[in-house]
Design a protein around this ligand. Structure first.
Ligand SMILES: O=C(O)C(O)[C@@H](O)[C@H](O)[C@H](O)COP(=O)(O)O
Length: 294
């Protein structure tokens, strides 16, 4: 694991237990962020990177480039790009995507858009993650409406979760979504995750039994500690089958949870965020505040 200062004036830590990144230059390594501060509870065998940004604007630029690069990779490799969006601040973090230069470099018609989790409210409701994404991103780019998979907002939480899983299964059978040969669960190209101050991701909250769901692809919650209470969510086996995952976390309120996963600790607490361990690559996008306890 190495700490680098990159051209964006951010600290980057690249971790790969198997191989050195080809771009690694020992002479450029910085001790500003000691590697001993990391890896308390991260799995040793998976690839992950951590980047800490001076400000949210730099983070948004880097995130847009990361998403655009993956979009280009997957659309050229297999003619489609399957992306799962989160609610919360994620659409705000993605605000540079519908702007030049990123907007013009992306083949939007190849995007297939899903939700990592969704609140069970009408699609026009201010709490709807679909509405958030529509207003902030989807209405500004040219993704075919049929490629955008919102939940059925006329159903109960249970019904909406069943319905979403059925639709994912149909898309697997049509080859739009691939299955992980390792886990047998759907393998999205990119999952974009936020994290709450309590260490939840998606609608998988600390101490809640849904964290241990290992059969369903999509499940539901009716007692979410974060309002609104009724939500549907992808499960950990799906999240951890993805090819790429970005965990975007900003703000001082998140610093303790970030530390509990990435910091040095004798008894690391297994928050839901600590269970994010994709088959592919995980990249953390942090700001100085969320990383302040590392
Ligand atoms: O719909 C939601 O509530 C989420 O998808 C949720 O998991 C969110 O990503 C985190 O709570 C982080 O939210 P912030 O980005 O607003 O901190």
């Amino acid at each position: 694991m190495f700490s680098l200062i990159n051209p964006f004036n951010t600290y980057q830590t690249l971790c790969d237990s198997h191989s050195l990144p080809s771009s690694f230059h020992p002479e450029r390594a910085s001790s500003s962020l000691s590697h001993s501060h990391f890896m308390a509870s991260m799995p040793e065998t998976k690839k992950f990177a951590i980047e800490i940004f001076e400000g949210e604007d730099l983070l948004a630029d880097s995130l847009a480039k990361y998403v655009a690069d993956l979009s280009n990779k997957f659309t050229s490799e297999r003619g489609a790009f399957t992306v799962c969006l989160s609610g919360g601040s994620m659409i705000e973090y993605l605000r540079k995507l519908p702007e030049p230069p990123y907007v013009d470099s992306i083949e939007w018609s190849k995007w297939q858009v899903f939700w990592l989790d969704e609140r069970v409210v009408p699609k026009t409701h201010v709490d709807s993650n679909y509405k958030l994404a529509l207003d902030g991103l989807l209405s500004k780019v040219s993704i075919p409406p049929n490629n955008v998979y919102a939940i059925n907002d006329t159903l109960s939480a249970e019904g909406a979760a069943d319905d979403y899983e059925t639709r994912l299964r149909e898309l697997v059978s049509k080859g739009v979504i691939t299955l992980s040969p390792t886990s047998g669960f759907p393998k999205f190209d990119l999952i974009l995750l936020g994290m709450g101050p309590d260490g939840h991701i998606a609608s998988l909250f600390p101490g809640h039994p849904l964290v241990h769901e290992n059969k369903r692809w999509v499940t539901f919650i009716k007692d979410s500690p974060k309002p609104p209470p009724e939500r549907i969510t992808l499960t950990f086996p799906v999240i951890n089958s993805c090819a790429y995952a970005a965990l975007v976390v900003t703000g001082k309120d998140e610093a303790d949870s970030v530390h509990s996963v990435l910091g040095k600790s004798e008894n690391p607490v297994k928050l839901p965020v600590a269970l994010v361990s994709p088959e592919g690559e995980l990249k953390w996008f942090l700001d100085k505040d969320s990383a302040s306890k590392l």
